[in-house]
Structures are given as structure tokens and as C-alpha cells.
Design a protein around this ligand. Structure first.
Ligand SMILES: [Zn+2]
Length: 92
């Protein structure tokens, strides 16, 4: 699956679970999650959009309401899931 289709698939999936993905002028982060709203830094490549939407979806699935895990552990988990999702989408 090409990157454009991967991006479309992730945004469609996010929408299907009630999330809203938007491009925002973030300065210090590539992406952020607030509730079910995903903000992705607007000035990235399509490859980076795919990776960061997958990363933020992982945070929603794994870390919503999670208070015992530190930020470093959360980031490592989200990166692992994002890499897994990208690998799967590459094979589709
Ligand atoms: Zn993160």
C-alpha cells in the first residue's frame, strides 16, 4: 500500500473509532492527543504523518486513563506500535 493510501486508511480508521485527526501548528511535538482528538504537526512529510497518526492512535488505545506508567515507557510503547502498524500497512 502506498503512503497516500496508508494515510487515508489510518485517518479513516481513526474516524471510525470516533477520533478526529487534524493538522495543527505544533512547535515542540510531532503529535498530541487530547481525548479523542489527534493533532499532528502540519509541516511534516506524508511518511511522518503516517507514523505519527499511528503513534497517537497507540497512545489512545494503550494509555487513555493510564496513570501508573511513566512518559518514557508510554513513548516506547507507542513507537513500537507505530512501527508495527507501519510494517503491516507496507505489506498490504
Ligand atoms: Zn507519544
Amino acid at each position: 500500500m502506498n503512503k497516500g493510501k496508508q494515510l487515508e486508511t489510518l485517518v479513516h480508521f481513526a474516524t471510525s473509532i470516533g477520533c478526529h485527526v487534524s493538522l495543527v501548528p505544533l512547535q515542540y511535538n510531532d503529535g498530541r492527543v487530547k481525548g479523542k482528538r489527534i493533532g499532528i504537526r502540519a509541516t511534516m512529510s506524508i511518511d511522518e504523518y503516517v507514523h505519527n497518526i499511528a503513534h497517537e492512535l497507540a497512545h489512545i488505545y494503550l494509555h487513555t486513563g493510564e496513570v501508573d506508567m511513566n512518559d518514557k515507557e508510554k513513548e516506547a510503547q507507542a513507537e513500537g506500535v507505530a512501527n508495527l502498524i507501519e510494517g503491516i500497512l507496507e505489506k498490504c
